[in-house]
Design a protein. Structure first.
Length: 83
């Protein structure tokens, strides 16, 4: 079965303003919600934004993830109950 972008749903997103790292809960079709860490959003010298792979996480990224992990976990539980 081929990937269908119309079935891919973004349920919730968190963005670290300092490092650009994003964490998103996705759901594909009738599947269970899943967490994606990354990508990162960077500002180019010309001021435009670009997205890149998350790559290796810094201590700043880890501390931010630790701060938002309870909220992410609760949000995922809510989406599992809806599924």
């Amino acid at each position: 079965m081929a990937y269908d972008a119309a079935k891919d749903q973004v349920l919730e997103t968190w963005q670290n303003e300092e490092t650009g790292l994003s964490v998103t809960i996705y759901k594909y079709g009738d599947g269970e919600p899943k967490l994606q860490i990354g990508p990162r959003r960077y500002k180019k010298k010309d001021g435009s934004a670009t997205m890149v792979k998350a790559g290796r996480l810094s201590i700043t990224d880890l501390r931010w993830l630790a701060e938002v992990m309870d909220e992410i976990t609760e949000t995922m539980k809510e989406h599992f109950l809806k599924a």
